[in-house]
Design a protein around this ligand. Sequence first.
Ligand SMILES: NC(=O)c1ccc[n+]([C@@H]2O[C@H](COP(=O)([O-])OP(=O)(O)OC[C@H]3O[C@@H](n4cnc5c(N)ncnc54)[C@H](O)[C@@H]3O)[C@@H](O)[C@H]2O)c1
Length: 457
Amino acid sequence: MSEQSSFYPELVRDIEPPRGRLGVLLPGLGAVATTLIAGVHLVNRGLAEPYGSLTQMQRMRLGKRTNPRFALIKEVVPLADLKDLAFGGWDIFPENAYQTACQAGVLPREMLDQIKHQLESVKPWPAAFEQAYVRNLSGNHLKRGPSKKHLADLLIEDIERFRRAEDLDREVMIWCGSTEVFLEPAPVHQTIEAFEAGLRANAPEISPCMIYAYAAITAGVPFANGSPNLAVDIPALGEYAHRHGVPIAGKDFKTGQTFLKTVVAPGLKARMLGLTGWFSTNILGNRDGEVLDDEGSFRTKEVSKGSVLDAILQPELYPDLYGQVFHKIRIEYYPPRGDAKEGWDNIDIFGWLGQPMQIKINFLCRDSILAAPVVLDLALFLDLARRAGLSGIQEWLSFYFKSPMARADLRPEHDLFIQHMKLTNTLRILVGEEVLDHSGLDYYESGDAYRESMSGL
Ligand SMILES: NC(=O)c1ccc[n+]([C@@H]2O[C@H](COP(=O)([O-])OP(=O)(O)OC[C@H]3O[C@@H](n4cnc5c(N)ncnc54)[C@H](O)[C@@H]3O)[C@@H](O)[C@H]2O)c1
């Protein structure tokens, strides 16, 4: 048998180099966004390390195992340098990034004080917001306009002003704003013509998050959605992004409990261990927790978190193992904890001959510490996608999302390990490297390969 190797020459991209500065636009300058901005400045000053970020720290194997190269991702694909990033954003509160980061209490004050000046310079622009969509928040740092289309135009003006003021070459937008109330896809979301008519007519099915997404795509800016809001996950904006050659990704950053769920569930399934119940509960006390204390926003989060198990376990293929799973998710707002969330998972499983077993997970995580590197990677990878000429849904970024977007006729992939392979292999394809399937048979089944390996002994 000859050596297996998969190259996809037709998919290799002529990637424009990341010249100049990249603007990172953040609707929602809250805990996650300010932890990201602080982190990038601290890393740039050599005062901290970007743990948790694949673009900054991960190596991937290139070539055969007999002659491997473990290169940093950022050495293999042309990514923007952290020193070339500029941050801007919107919020319904006027406090600058330093004030908000202090209030959020994610990073210690001594760390924030080392980059106080840089954080203070990020002052949010007035937001496109309506309290009907986030009932537990009220702020007065808002844009005013007769229609949602008018608000979109004002957001585009902000982007253009920022572009000129910071002398930017390119921008990306990552929604770090609050979780909005649950919205079902409606006729106004189906085509861009219906959507634009809805913007002009103030259709209630168009939420503020969608207005930002529309503004980003119109301005040619890639957009990722870190919340479970529908945002770009509607046919109208998917089609619009394609038409404008703009990459989009979403939705809902995969950080704490769901991250672990997508690690454990594939393991159970790989070993054909059955599941009868999975009870997940959390306490958190930050502003995100306060927003999720409202039933409407909680429903949006619940739907996003809930799809994970079914998608991984495929009960339709394994009814005996996974046909009767009781999956329950709770999020409790508990102010004393601030951003230091605590999650408990009770997992009831069964094995050989139906004998029951249990797994308990107690994750004392830090929400924004887990989310900040995700936002950074998404910003850099979306910018890469744009320079590589990719547009529409970037499924290879599913790795970062609880509720990954996929083409309407494809099942989204939730298994973290498949998502990781999808991401790294996409990077290999883009730069013309061999795709790795990890089967390894070619090392054993080819006589030549065997003789070659023995000759080295
Ligand atoms: N931290 C995590 O691990 C994690 C994981 C998954 C998803 N998320 C999502 O990321 C988002 C940000 O989380 P966070 O902890 O930073 O929350 P946060 O409450 O600290 O920050 C959100 C900010 O968005 C602002 N905002 C709300 N609506 C806005 C609008 N229309 N325009 C501009 N600003 C608006 C709020 O005023 C707030 O300052 C939330 O939607 C959250 O559900 C976070």
